[in-house]
Design a protein around this ligand. Sequence first.
Ligand code: PLP
Length: 413
Amino acid sequence: MTLHFPNMAEPAGRTLGDEEVAALERVIRSGMLNSVWGTEARSLEHEIGELYGSRHAVACSSGTAALHLSVVAAAPDPGDEIITTPITDFGTVAPILAQNAVPVFADVDPSDGNLDPDAVAALIGPRTRAIMAVHLFGAPARIGALRALADEHGLTLIEDCAQAWLTELPGGALAGTAGHVGTLSLQQWKHITCGDGGLTVTDDDELARRMRLFADKGWDRAAGRSHESLGLNYRMTELQAAVARAQLAKLPGVVAARRRTAAELVEALRGLDGVLESGVLETGGHGVRGGERAGTGEGRRVIRLPRPDGHAWWLFPLVLPAGDAPELAEHLSAAGIPARPGYLRDPLNRAPLWRRPIYGTSHHPLEGYRPAACPAAERLVDSTLLVIDWNEHYTSEHVAAIADAVRRYRAEA
Ligand SMILES: *Cc1c(COP(=O)(O)O)cnc(C)c1O
């Protein structure tokens, strides 16, 4: 028996269909493929603004572009610092470098890999300009505590929601609406896709103005052929926007289906001996210290389940005792289940790039820069974190196969 696990690189693992084909045909037959003069990207922005309840949405060419726009909106001076997480896509960090700002990596909560607000607080200094939080794998980051820090210190809070379409914060608001700017990605591996594409959402008129200008060569189209500020061409095409709009209509179904099967897996694993729930967060931003054997009295092969609250299940993460994640990943892979240890090869504070010049032969303004250690993040990536690919087309059969493989692994202990 080999049960196929649909993935996001094939039709069976996507929601692409007749609606997207019709949308593309509509645009192509209109003769207008560019969003400056077309209607699709502006309509997409309107629809995203409605969904997120935000005054502004700005469409752009990728999630990385959206993050670049958000850093531009925060307006760091060269050398200013932006605090972010070492467990994320490089698209979170590249825009900081592009604006000649300095990424400062804060450590994460070992129970879910999201930024630890206490670690962030300890790194805020006179040059800190912004905090970039990531809702990792679709689990809500501690955004309330981070917003309080941002307000206290006059910082811009950016929420990277590339993995967190329709993630809900405590109280029910959507992730992306609690910070000053939220960003979304439409890249191939996200909940919905148009190949590549991005969006930012904000309620702030001035931040929206800066982002719009930067995405369009600093060109205020109402003012004639004249350039107000530095900008690139980060425009989304009408083709991307039309597909994204068709995908957006399917988003609630995608997230609901992922939530349904993820809840089934949580339920199936919950009953196993040695499988623990990640507890309710303690105050101060510390989650339960998942995956730590010392001092907890937990034996080998203890598995910590993700907290389902608000989760959008981009991936399904598990936290295990040190060293067990690669072992279980191998066991699951052998059973045909798409699971990987660590998510990244290296947390971004340990990426090879910091050892090399960044701009030509120069590091400026990062001379002598070496990111600090982030022990919790390093431990997750090196030995305690396992991620299972998730998909809206999984059925109870897929869930049962995963639960069964975990059960068999534990039986071998
Ligand atoms: C995918 C991703 C990005 C980058 O988005 P692109 O559309 O691929 O540029 C940024 N941050 C996170 C957390 C991501 O998962």
